[in-house]
Design a protein around this ligand. Structure first.
Ligand code: XMP
Length: 512
């Protein structure tokens, strides 16, 4: 990215590389991640204000571990090494690293030895997060120990003349009490950044660059109604107005009124050509008689892209194709697969017969929280910007057994009631995802004088940081009671509601 001031996060395969970049960006300084296989020449050309070596799972003496040209430490650019990065600096400058008998792991008390270190400015003895087996036993010439712990004689070291700093612990994780402050000190005291990278500036610069690139040509964007494509649409609309065509495929498996909401939002608030393809009936007929969850997913996915590309083909006459790709979709990792870019659902492969001049990805440098900030600044309603994840196959993964139009309707109604009650109860922000599921079960009930035999709705709400693991949310009983009573009263065909109390693992978030 073309910004004046940026920090390089040089990835040696650690698990926190993205977190480090995000923490730097929290200080309004742009950070980008590159794998350790990047060349020294490339680094020189970028004129970084500072470089951070990440952690990594390896031992520096194992020559198959990631290493880097030692000259990187002689460029005059400030360097901060973290964990493996700290040991690597020690090894590169001729110090000594040893494998220890005990692994130091978890929250550790650190003592600051050099109180006037600019890296430790206003950081007292405090708790840090460690995770290492190898440790530094002898610092290189020109370095001094700046902090230690009981088990780790060199918890931090520095060569302030060469502006090389290294910490054995992880300042980027929240368990390190003064981690944020340490990164702040590196960015501002050592690298002397000014901290002027802000989303307002990002919008202005991106709009200008988009106008230059697009000229008077057309841009076509696939809009799903998700956060990323919505923000990309708003940004492109600000740049080129009605030269933008958004193609929105409503496969009939969205939540209640969602298709209309997306259409109204974009047509009312933004200048663009909005093309909506309603193909719910075709989807239902393709899904007739299909029960296996994987088969359903495959049919929904294949059908979606067939409709989508057909429409794009109609709209394409040169010009540009835009996508809501975001930074985590593009980062090359230092985990040994550096030449492979992750395949991700945001990066879709276009059929070869569709021809555009180029692909535009205006959000490719931003993390999700930054995309949301841009969305808010561009005036997209909070409801869209902060919306919970919604799976590509939509309600198709929340209807067990055969999908029919009637079942979609029942589920949409039940889900709308659940969402409404959660909103009213004020606990929406505590939940990562919540929704209703139409099970393939009918149960006996009684309504007035009648015996009923109707559908069972399950409701699910989870809390999670990353969706890899999740816990079921502890929703108050009185909220559950209101949801249950309203669903049974308001949704025809439902006579029982259950709450899913399964965590992930062993369960998944979705039911199918
Ligand atoms: P699971 O069910 O795998 O869900 O625990 C984890 C997260 O992924 C979402 N999900 C999907 N998202 N296409 C998507 O775009 C899919 O096929 C899909 N399946 C699950 C799910 O909603 C949850 O947020």
């Amino acid at each position: 990215m073309n910004v004046k001031e940026k920090i390089l996060v040089l990835d040696f395969g650690g698990q926190y590389n993205q977190l480090i970049a995000r923490r730097v960006r929290d200080n309004n300084v742009y950070a980008e991640i590159k794998p350790y296989t990047v060349s020294l020449e490339e680094i020189k050309a970028e004129k970084y204000k500072g470089i951070i070596f990440t952690g990594g799972p390896n031992s520096v003496y194992d020559m198959s571990s990631p290493h880097f040209d030692k000259q990187i430490l002689d460029l005059g650019i400030p360097v901060l090494g973290i964990c493996y990065g700290c040991q690597l600096i020690c090894w590169m400058r001729g110090g000594k690293v040893e494998t220890s008998d005990t692994r130091e792991y978890g929250k550790i008390e650190m003592t600051v030895d050099k109180k006037d270190s600019v890296l430790f400015e206003n950081i007292p003895d405090s708790v840090v997060w460690m995770s290492h087996t190898d440790k530094i036993v002898e610092v290189p010439d020109g370095f001094e120990i700046t902090a230690h712990s009981d088990n780790c004689p060199v918890a931090a070291m520095e060569n302030s003349e060469d502006k090389i700093y290294a910490v054995q612990f992880h300042p980027e994780v929240t368990h390190t009490e003064y981690g944020k402050k340490l990164l702040y000190n590196f960015i501002f005291n050592v690298c002397e950044c000014s901290g002027n990278w802000k989303m307002e500036g990002f919008i202005d610069n991106t709009v200008k660059a988009l106008r230059e690139k697009i000229g008077d040509k057309k841009v076509v964007l696939g809009l799903s109604g998700g956060v990323d494509s919505s923000v990309a649409a708003a940004l492109l609309s600000k740049a080129v107005g009605n030269q933008l065509t958004c193609v929105f495929v409503d496969q009939g498996l969205m939540r209640k009124d969602e298709g209309d909401f997306v259409e109204q939002t974009f047509t009312k608030l933004f200048d663009m050509k909005f093309v909506r393809v309603n193909c719910g009936e075709e989807f239902i007929s393709k899904l007739k008689g299909v029960i296996d969850p994987e088969d359903k997913r495959k049919i929904i996915g294949t059908e979606f892209y067939s409709v989508f590309w057909n429409k794009i083909r109609e709209e394409a006459d040169g010009g540009f194709f835009a996508q809501g790709t975001i930074y985590p979709d593009c980062i090359e990792s230092g985990k040994g697969d550096a030449d492979k870019i992750k395949t991700h659902h945001n990066k879709v492969k276009m059929p070869e017969d569709i021809k555009f001049d180029d692909v535009i990805e205006p959000l490719a440098d931003l993390f999700k929280d930054e995309v949301r900030k841009v969305g808010e600044l561009l005036g997209i309603p909070k409801e869209l910007v902060w919306r919970q994840p919604f799976p590509g196959p939509g309600l198709g993964v929340r209807i067990i057994g055969e999908i029919t139009a009637e079942k979609v309707k029942i589920l949409q109604e039940a889900d709308a009631v659940f969402r409404d009650e959660i909103k009213k109860s004020g606990i929406e922000n505590e939940l990562s995802q919540f929704f209703a599921v139409l099970t393939d079960v009918k149960t006996v009930g009684v309504m007035g004088d009648h015996r009923t035999y109707d559908n069972l709705i399950a409701i699910r709400a989870v809390t999670t940081d990353d969706f890899m693991t999740a816990d079921f949310a502890r929703i108050p009983y009185d909220v559950l009671a209101r949801v249950s009573s309203r669903i049974i009263n308001e949704c025809t065909g439902v006579n029982r509601v259950v709450y899913d109390i399964t965590s992930k693992p062993p369960g998944t978030v979705e039911w199918a």
